[in-house]
Design a protein around this ligand. Structure first.
Ligand SMILES: Cc1cc2nc3c(=O)[nH]c(=O)nc-3n(C[C@H](O)[C@H](O)[C@H](O)COP(=O)(O)O)c2cc1C
Length: 221
């Protein structure tokens, strides 16, 4: 697949088949993504690939924490508390599209909770990936991480795989670190589902729109 095709083709997939992902493919994706640029070539990425029992343990622990109303203390605030326009409208559109695809009514809290928990199940994908950064690094390295994470998704797409980046998987970093036996200095940025898309599932049928470049670009001669 051409690079431009892979970038255009990528979208968040929230239902997967059980088809396993070859370890060799995951290794190739990570090798490819490690070509991402980073300030002074610091390569700030730390990755945990989850399969089998460890993935299951994380799923169960996150679902239990959520059901017990445990307070989520993420390592950083991903979203603002006060959403301004135009971001707020886009956020609302994003949620509406998801619930519409799943046939969930606005006030159906139980179904919404189920849909949220599917994040912790990696949407049924056979592989979960978690992205960490060392706390000694500064904001610039978080920029590098974004480039790395997108590169993972594009490389996966080029191999016929699908992904969904997930901040939800970083809601309870202490739980995750404990299961992975990791030190607190590893900050959890986000997670990702990786697998083969279920092409027929309703949740995979929609695509969110984008603004055209003339809406977000100024040209200066
Ligand atoms: C860092 C990051 C975190 C995200 N977290 C979640 C998440 O927890 N759950 C989810 O369903 N989608 C999540 N998304 C996916 C976005 O909703 C999605 O990228 C956006 O709506 C655009 O849709 P597209 O990816 O299909 O183009 C996340 C995306 C990013 C980049």
């Amino acid at each position: 697949m051409e690079t431009i095709e892979a970038i255009k083709h990528r979208k968040s997939i929230r239902a997967y088949t059980e088809q396993p992902v070859k370890r060799q493919d995951i290794e190739q994706i990570l090798t490819c993504a490690s070509q991402a640029p980073s300030g002074v070539n610091s390569q700030p990425w730390h990755v945990a690939v989850l399969e089998g029992q460890t993935k299951m343990a994380i799923t169960e622990a996150l679902i239990a924490a959520r059901r017990a109303d445990e307070i989520s203390i993420p390592d950083y605030e991903y979203y603002p508390t006060d959403w301004q326009e135009p971001y707020n409208s886009r956020r609302i559109e994003c949620g509406r599209a998801l619930y519409k695809a799943l046939g969930i009514q606005r006030k159906d809290r139980e179904s919404k909770q189920q849909a949220w928990e599917n994040n912790y199940r990696f949407f049924g994908a056979p592989v979960g990936i978690l992205f960490f950064i060392n706390q000694s690094l500064n904001k610039g390295s978080w920029v590098d991480m974004g480039m790395f994470i997108q590169s993972v998704m594009i490389a996966a797409t080029a191999k016929g795989l699908s992904t969904c980046p997930q901040a939800s998987l970083a809601e309870y970093p202490n739980i995750v670190r404990k299961i992975l036996n990791m030190e607190d200095q590893n900050l959890l940025i986000c997670g990702m589902s990786l697998g083969y898309a279920d092409p027929d599932h309703p949740v995979n049928q929609y695509q969110l729109p984008r603004e055209s470049p003339d809406r977000f670009t100024g040209w200066f001669d």
